[in-house]
Design a binder for this molecule. Sequence first.
Ligand code: OSB
Ligand code: MG
Length: 368
Amino acid sequence: MKIECIRLRQIQMPLVRPFETSFGVTSERPIILAEIMVDGLKGWGECVAGEGPFYSYESVDCDWIVLRKYLVPSLLGKKVLHPSEISSHLSHVKGYPMAKASLEAAIWDVYSQQEDMPLWKLLGGERSKIDCGVSIGIQPSIRRLIEHVDREVSEGYRKVKIKVKPGYDLEPLQAIRHHYPDIQLMCDANASYTSKDFAHLGRLDEFKLTMIEQPLSFDDLLMHARLQRKIDTSICLDESIRNVVDLETALELGSCRIVNIKTGRVGGHSQAIQIHDQCALRDVPVWCGGMLETGIGRAHNIALSTLPNFSLPGDVSASDRYFDRDVISPPVTVNADGQIRAPKGSGIGFEVDEHFIQALTTISEEFN
Ligand code: OSB
Ligand code: MG
């Protein structure tokens, strides 16, 4: 495959409702999309960086600069036999995994079209349906939260995750458990607690959560290990696991029992697969996280979620939970059993709606 031409663009996608986490509220998603042209085929990738550097240091503005100035020029004109070679062409740039992953994903899409295979099969996927869960943002009232949970449970979703933060944790979890004693329930703190909160976090044990996600700072595996020894609830790490080395350290220290894998956070599908495989070897279950992706990122997440050790329902859900109209067709839908069917077609397996993307585009630049 000779990488002939790359187009970067930014689109602006309004969300159907604001999404609030411990680090802020998102109402609209500016998103970078990467299109890569190879041998007359085109592949698509999505950069999951947020508008500001609040989930991690990456943001749309910074990633745009890093992509156009350093990453895209390093790939143009390169010949590659397999997408797993992409990361070595980009490794001289330190960090910026989300920017790198957007390019690598586009190459995986092209490669699977060339091979005339669904992407999920080429990644090593073994199941044709994935189990889905939802991530529910911080709500203005408990009543509103329960309305959301009612809707998601009645639609069949198999796991409910709520965002929590100091001051918004016991009450919402208690309310959900009161209404739904048996659902798979978990919470995600996005690094908003500190070592002073250990006793408080221990109080979450009574809610029998499947896990608590990223309670403490991204760069504090040691404190997560100390917390895990003090509480019954399993810790799942998201922000802290940026690569295989972080994973090895976390497992050696005992910082978590479950791992959230996001292709963007770890720099591409190839790294995501390595983390998946390492976890499988050690009997550590994984699940696929989400970053409010459009259909392009969502399609890549579906493909990754078909790998065998994705044994817990992920944050991969229907397009209409976030967007009135998605950039792919058909949009992603979830069946009554809370599952998404992996597509049959080659590549990401969904049609990209280029006209709609064009209408949403705020900046576009072609490199060749
Ligand atoms: O921590 O998992 C997270 C959204 C934006 C940033 C970080 C996270 C999230 C979510 C949403 O939880 C998951 C989804 O896309 O449905
Ligand atoms: Mg998370």
